[in-house]
Design a protein around this ligand. Structure first.
Ligand SMILES: [Zn+2]
Length: 231
């Protein structure tokens, strides 16, 4: 039947195209945007006022270290050298804040310790919010993040705010480790959005087609049964 051939062809196209595009992504370093900010310096506001109970006053220093890391070459994957300026106004380019529990406050999935939420307009970042958790459950007990842990977490999130995606290399700061795994990345959704839409539309088309075929077959059989019963 022709429809079967069509369905098989469509499925084959999906099977061939999907891993192919995944391979392409692996070759190039994953980036949301090559150069997300259209100005320099990039202003940063560290929220030291709205802090959760287990916030440590030593955390802002870890942010400064993270900013210096990226200003001094970072992981070598940026095509530009960022310059940051810590400011005291909340309308800064990057807004950094801490929460007691990521799952409770932001509705994030378990195991998510931080996220960067960039806002884009005309292909550029116009603002980025970085939200960080102050601790997590290790085994049965809750433990506050130490400065070394926080510095890693902040460095990773600032990497996102500079346009970088996740690395496949476990030694890379942009590799999503347990503490750095995030699910809230609107940009990630945006880049895979067309593919998801295509797959959904194809699935709807295929299931619609199959149900029409089944209905026709069903009616044909009913008709045949009627005729047989008459005899
Ligand atoms: Zn990440």
């Amino acid at each position: 039947m022709n429809f079967r051939k069509a369905v098989i062809t469509i499925l084959l196209i999906i099977a061939i195209v999907t891993p192919g595009s995944a391979l392409l992504d692996k070759k190039e370093y994953p980036k949301f945007l090559e150069e997300p900010w259209d100005h320099t310096p990039i202003t940063v506001y560290i929220d030291e006022k709205n802090t959760p109970p287990h916030y440590s006053p030593s955390y802002p220093a870890t942010v400064i270290k993270a900013l210096e890391y990226w200003e001094n070459g970072g992981n070598g994957k940026l095509s530009y050298t960022p310059v940051f300026e810590p400011v005291n106004t909340t309308d800064a380019d990057i807004y950094i804040m801490w929460v007691e529990n990521m799952e409770e406050v932001t509705g994030a999935e378990k195991g998510v310790a931080g996220f960067c939420r960039p806002m884009i307009a005309n292909g550029r970042y116009v603002h980025a919010d970085i939200v960080l958790e102050v601790g997590d459950y290790r085994g049965f007990s809750w433990q506050q993040y130490g400065d070394a842990n926080m510095e890693q977490l902040v460095t990773h999130e600032i990497g996102h705010a500079l346009g970088l995606g996740h690395s496949n290399d476990p030694r890379d700061i942009m590799y999503p480790t347990y503490e750095q795994r995030e699910n809230i990345d609107p940009l990630l959704v945006q880049t895979t959005y067309p593919l998801i839409i295509i797959v959904i539309l194809m699935a709807i088309a295929i299931s619609g087609y199959l149900s029409i075929v089944w209905l026709r077959y069903h009616r044909k059989r009913q008709k045949l049964e009627h005729e047989l019963l008459k005899k």
